[in-house]
Each structure stands twice: as structure tokens, then as C-alpha cells.
Design a binder for this molecule. Structure first.
Ligand code: NAG
Ligand code: NAG
Ligand code: NAG
Length: 603
């Protein structure tokens, strides 16, 4: 700084390029702070009109009033007032608008005292300063446009124009600056969105009015605090899943997921079902935290083939959103076919012709598609078959002639098998009886019967018995015996023998005489009680055997007249000559008729 800038005045802020003599010899200099040591402030000798030589003679010196700190000195050779120490206005006067240092020039012989006022002018040697390098502020994202946030003002050690004059905020999306006197405020110009930008750095510059201008900057670090301004958002509007029926409990069907852009409790998503029917709650559960939809009950395709579940995601403070879970149940072959007997003719007569429909069967399977395709079969060996009819109906039809006497009951097992994998089957046994038809005549055990009886038998004695069998049922198989009409020796056969109708035992009605007849034949009929009845005939031959019931009879000599026989015998007859011949007969036969003769008495 050059001396020509030095002013000398009574009034501190009136810089004049002249200096003036003052009545009491007071001197005033105005100069900028921070001049180098030795810089010239002014010329005391000139200003006081002193001879330079007198300065040293009069022992001129600069003194301070009450302080031993001297900021200037006098060059005794030329009378210049020079800077002796660093003069920092800010240190000496801080914020005072005028900064005046008081010194005194002392001259001796005679003693002279001149007050020197040094007006220290401010130099813009300090930049505006903000308290910290960084200002942290937190702002709710819900803050509305126009909201104001006070920022601590900047400080500049300089004064006047050199102190802080204005502020500027680096252009940004959200804030503008409002400075009003000492109050600086950030004004929210566009609302914040934490989910877009969580932290914002603003650059605030404070400018002073000096020349050259100095500035100070600070970063304002804005942390945007969350507000629950976001509802949870599902990753899909519709979640589709397919689930086999009968899936075990705890099977995870599908996991729904929603995110919430908010943070903390605002972004804490929990899941629940929306409005669903009670049944759904018995079958599925949703995990509040994970969103897993799990099976908790019985999943039955036959009951419900698909579920549509409203799912809700809620954040901590109650914003919700909804999605849909569509769960399609897939069929599993878990139902065996069911065989129903719709009608049955039972019993069926044994004369039913082959091909007659005797029953109608219906087969049902609750599963679907292949799992409900059913094939129906019947066990081998019985004279029946299944004939497929409309839809899942079958006719049970006879395939051959029935014979009750051979098989009277059939247990017909019908098996239905579906085409699932593995297949399921079930069977039903139909009991079928064959009703009797009188198709068998009684049959005698023997081709013919013979009875042997001794003559003179007692009337009523048993001769023999006949037996006929009839395999038919009840009256159709009940055998009744009877004699067929006929004659023996011109008399009705019934006068000789009788037959017990129930037992077939044949009795003699009279006593037989071998000598009258030795044998005879009768016809016995066995008849069943059917309608019409069937019968068969058999011949019973009765043989009468001899009993010695006749005495021999002497035919010659004739027994009539007297009992003496006269035979003439010649005198000359030799011994051994034939005299006579006795002839006798016996009506019996065999041994009973063998005769022997002997002379009972002779003279
Ligand atoms: C048929 O089944 C019934 C009952 O199970 C049984 O009593 C009967 O003996 C069976 N009949 C045949 C011919 O197998
Ligand atoms: C005997 O056979 C006839 C047909 O010949 C039949 O109508 C009747 O029902 C049968 N009787 C019995 C008890 O089976
Ligand atoms: C048995 O004899 C009677 C009488 O002669 C006759 O009507 C019937 O047809 C005969 N039965 C048989 C099976 O020959």
C-alpha cells in the first residue's frame, strides 16, 4: 500500500487525499490492514512541519497509550511513520465497523505529544465461512412444497461489504434458497421421494461483497426420511399354480411376494388372505411373513377343481394391495370305480335261453379323464357275459343253457378297473339263483326188479321195494309210486300186490300158490309232482317158490273102491317076475315131488 492512499481526517470514514493540521497536533491516518512491516503510513515530519533533523535531536518516538504493543514506528532519518508489526483488523477489532489504533508521537526538549489515530481499513482477506464443512438435515419425504428449513448463516470475519452479502444454492431438483436478512432457508420447491432419492447433497455458497469477491461453500446433506407413501406391490397380479389333489399337509403351493418401496415399518410387508370363503381357509394357509401358501387340509379334485384366492399384502401402517392366486387342482386316481347293480332278474328259470339279459350294471368313477375310463369284466367259467350298452351301462347276458340240477347258484363277480396309473379297481359279486323247471323224470335205480316169495305167504308181506330218484326241486322232484293197471291170470294186478306210494315198498295182497302160478310181472310207475308231471315205468317180476304142501297121490292101482288090490299071478311065476306097477304123483315140484315107494305090509 502506498502513502498516497493515506488519509488524515477527523472523521474516521471520510477518506480524503489531504492531511490537515489539527489544533492539538492530532494526526489521523487511514490505511488498510495487513501492510508489510516497514510500509510507509505517512510522514510525520512533513505533517507536523518538523525539520527532519530535529527528530533525532528531540528524541522522537512512538508510544502507545496503556499498551506496550506498538504497531508503527517512526523513521528518524526521514520522519516516515512505518508499519512495525502485523496489523490484522479482524484480530484487533473483530466485528467493529471502525477500527482505530491509538498511538502517540512523543518529542522531547520541549516535550511535545501528538496523538496519532490509525484507522485500519478492512481488506477482504477472509472468506465467508459456514460453521461446518457439512450440514446434515433430515426431511420427511411427506414434506409439502414450500416447506422451509433454516440453515445456519455463514460468517465472514471481514466487515461491511467484505462480509457475507449473498448466498447461492447450486441448481438442484428440489430446493431453492430464500435469504431474508440473516435468515437463510431452504425452500422445498418440488416434493421429495425417498424411494427415488434417499439422500441429496446441496452445495450452498456464501459470497461476500469484497473485490475480489470471496466465497465459502458447504455441502448440505439432506437425508430424506421415509413416509408410508407406498403401498406394497405384488410381483404379479395373478399367481397361477397347479396342485395335485391329496397333496400332503405343508406342501407349498405358491409363494406370493410383494415389495414396498418404503423402509422400516412402512415397508414391512405382511400377507394374508383377502375375503375368501371359509372352505378355502380350511384347506390353505398363507404365511404372514413369507407369503407361502401351504396346504393345511384335504385337497379333493372331486370336490373342487380350482380355487381363486384373493391375497392381501399390507405394510406396517396399513396400506394394502391385492393379488389373486389361482390354484388348479389336478386329478389323481384316488377313486376306484363303483359297480352298481341297477336291475337283476333273480332267480332265473333254468330254461332261460342263451342271450337273455338278466341284469343291468352301471359303473361310475368319480375321477376324470383317463382316471375315469373304466373297463368292466366278469370272471370266467360262468355262462354269463357283459355286453357294453349305452354310456357306462352293461347288460348281463346268459351265454349258454343253464341246469339247476348242475349249478343252482352263481356268484358272478364283476370287476371294474380304471385306466389310471396305477389303476384302481373294485368288484361286485352278484348272486344269481337258477329256478327249477320240471325237466327231469324220476329214474329208477334198477332197470328192472325181481321179487322172490315162497308160496303160502302171508297176505301183506313185503315182496321188495323200488326206488326212483328225481333231481328236480321240491314237488318237481317228489316221487310217487303207483301200480300200472294190468291182469294176472285174469284178475286185476291190484288183487295180487300193492305199492306204497311214498316208499315204493311192494306188498303181497294175497297168499300165492306155487302150484297155481310160479311167476308174474307188474308195472310200477314213478311219477313226480310237477305240472305237468313226468314219470317212468319199471317191471317188477314176482317169482313164487315151492313149498312141500302136497302129498303124493297113488294113481294105480286105483285107490277107489276098497283099498285092496287084487293081482293075478301065475303059479309058475318065478321069483322076480313083475307082478304089478304102482304109480304115484306129487303136485309139488323139485325135491318136493321126488317119490320113494315101500311096501308097508305083506303076507
Ligand atoms: C356265493 O356266496 C355266498 C355268500 O358269500 C356263499 O354262501 C355261497 O356258498 C356262494 N355260492 C357259490 C356257488 O359259490
Ligand atoms: C316246478 O317246475 C315248474 C315248471 O315245470 C315251475 O313252474 C315250478 O315253479 C317248479 N316248482 C318249484 C318248487 O321249483
Ligand atoms: C308207463 O305206462 C303208462 C301205461 O301204459 C304209459 O301211459 C306211460 O307213458 C308209460 N311211461 C313211460 C315213461 O314209458
Amino acid at each position: 500500500m502506498d502513502a498516497k492512499f493515506i488519509a488524515f481526517s477527523l472523521c474516521s470514514f471520510c477518506f480524503l487525499p489531504l492531511f490537515l493540521h489539527v489544533a492539538y497536533g492530532d494526526l489521523s491516518y487511514s490505511f488498510p490492514e495487513e501492510m508489510k512491516r516497514g510500509s510507509v503510513i505517512g510522514n510525520l515530519a512533513k505533517d507536523l512541519g518538523l525539520d527532519t533533523g530535529a527528530l533525532s535531536n528531540r528524541r522522537a518516538r512512538i508510544d502507545t497509550d496503556g499498551s506496550d504493543k506498538r504497531y508503527c514506528d517512526i523513521n528518524l532519518n526521514n520522519g516516515e511513520l512505518i508499519v512495525a508489526d502485523r496489523i490484522d483488523r479482524e484480530e484487533l477489532c473483530e466485528e467493529k465497523a471502525s477500527c482505530i489504533l491509538k498511538h502517540e508521537l512523543v518529542l522531547e526538549n520541549p516535550l511535545e505529544l501528538h496523538r496519532i489515530s490509525l484507522h485500519i481499513q478492512d481488506v477482504n482477506d477472509n472468506s465467508p465461512q459456514l460453521k461446518d464443512d457439512k450440514i446434515n438435515i433430515e426431511i420427511q419425504e411427506s414434506a409439502v412444497r414450500g416447506a422451509r428449513f433454516v440453515i445456519e448463516e455463514a460468517h465472514d470475519a471481514d466487515v461491511g461489504q467484505n462480509s457475507v452479502q449473498q448466498y447461492s444454492l447450486k441448481k438442484n431438483d428440489n430446493f431453492i434458497l430464500a435469504a431474508n436478512g440473516n435468515t437463510i432457508e431452504l425452500v422445498l420447491d418440488k416434493e421429495l421421494d425417498r424411494e427415488k432419492q434417499q439422500e441429496i447433497n446441496l452445495l450452498l455458497t456464501a459470497l461476500d461483497g469484497g473485490s475480489p469477491q470471496r466465497s465459502g461453500t458447504v455441502v448440505i446433506h439432506v437425508t430424506v426420511l421415509d413416509a408410508n407413501d407406498n403401498a406394497p406391490v405384488f410381483s404379479q397380479a395373478v399367481y397361477k399354480a397347479s396342485l395335485p389333489e391329496n397333496s400332503p399337509v405343508d406342501t407349498v403351493v405358491v409363494t406370493v411376494s410383494a415389495t414396498d418401496a418404503d423402509e422400516g415399518i412402512n415397508g414391512d410387508v405382511t400377507y394374508d388372505f383377502g375375503h375368501v370363503i371359509e372352505n378355502v381357509k380350511k384347506i390353505f394357509s398363507i404365511d404372514r411373513k413369507s407369503g407361502e401358501i401351504k396346504v393345511i387340509g384335504t385337497v379333493d379334485y372331486e370336490t373342487t377343481t380350482s380355487y381363486e384366492i384373493r391375497v392381501k399384502a399390507k405394510d406396517g401402517l396399513g396400506l394394502s394391495s391385492y393379488a389373486k392366486a389361482i390354484i388348479s387342482i389336478t386329478d389323481v386316481n384316488d377313486n376306484a370305480p363303483v359297480v352298481n347293480l341297477k336291475s337283476l332278474t333273480n332267480p332265473i328259470p333254468e330254461d332261460t335261453t342263451a342271450g337273455t339279459e338278466v341284469g343291468i350294471i352301471n359303473v361310475q368313477d368319480r375321477d376324470s379323464e383317463r382316471n375315469r375310463q373304466v373297463c368292466c369284466s366278469i370272471q370266467q367259467g360262468a355262462p354269463f357275459k357283459l355286453v357294453p350298452s349305452i354310456k357306462n351301462y352293461y347288460s348281463l347276458v346268459t351265454t349258454g343253457q343253464l341246469d339247476r340240477e348242475l349249478v343252482s347258484d352263481y356268484n358272478i363277480t364283476i370287476t371294474a378297473t380304471d385306466e389310471g396309473s396305477p389303476p384302481l379297481s373294485s368288484s361286485k359279486t352278484v348272486q344269481l339263483s337258477v329256478a327249477d323247471i320240471n325237466d327231469n323224470p324220476p329214474v329208477f335205480e334198477e332197470q328192472s326188479y325181481s321179487a322172490y316169495v315162497s308160496e303160502n305167504n302171508k297176505p301183506g308181506s313185503t315182496l321188495c321195494s323200488v326206488t326212483a330218484r328225481d333231481p328236480d326241486w321240491r314237488q318237481n322232484g317228489t316221487v310217487i309210486y303207483s301200480l300200472l293197471p294190468g291182469e294176472v291170470n285174469g284178475a286185476p294186478v291190484s288183487s295180487y300186490v300193492s305199492v306204497n306210494g311214498d316208499t315204493g315198498v311192494i306188498h303181497a295182497v294175497r297168499s300165492f300158490d306155487y302150484e297155481q302160478f310160479r311167476s308174474f310181472k307188474v308195472q310200477v310207475m314213478a311219477r313226480d309232482n310237477g305240472s305237468p308231471p313226468l314219470s317212468s315205468n319199471v317191471t317188477v317180476s314176482v317169482f313164487v317158490s315151492d313149498v312141500n304142501d302136497n302129498s303124493p297121490q297113488i294113481l294105480y292101482p286105483a285107490p277107489e273102491g276098497n283099498s285092496f288090490m287084487t293081482e293075478l299071478v301065475p303059479k309058475a311065476a318065478h321069483g322076480g317076475s313083475l307082478v304089478s306097477k304102482v304109480i304115484a304123483v306129487d303136485a309139488d315140484s323139485g325135491q318136493n315131488a321126488w317119490l320113494s315107494y315101500e311096501i308097508v305090509k305083506s303076507t
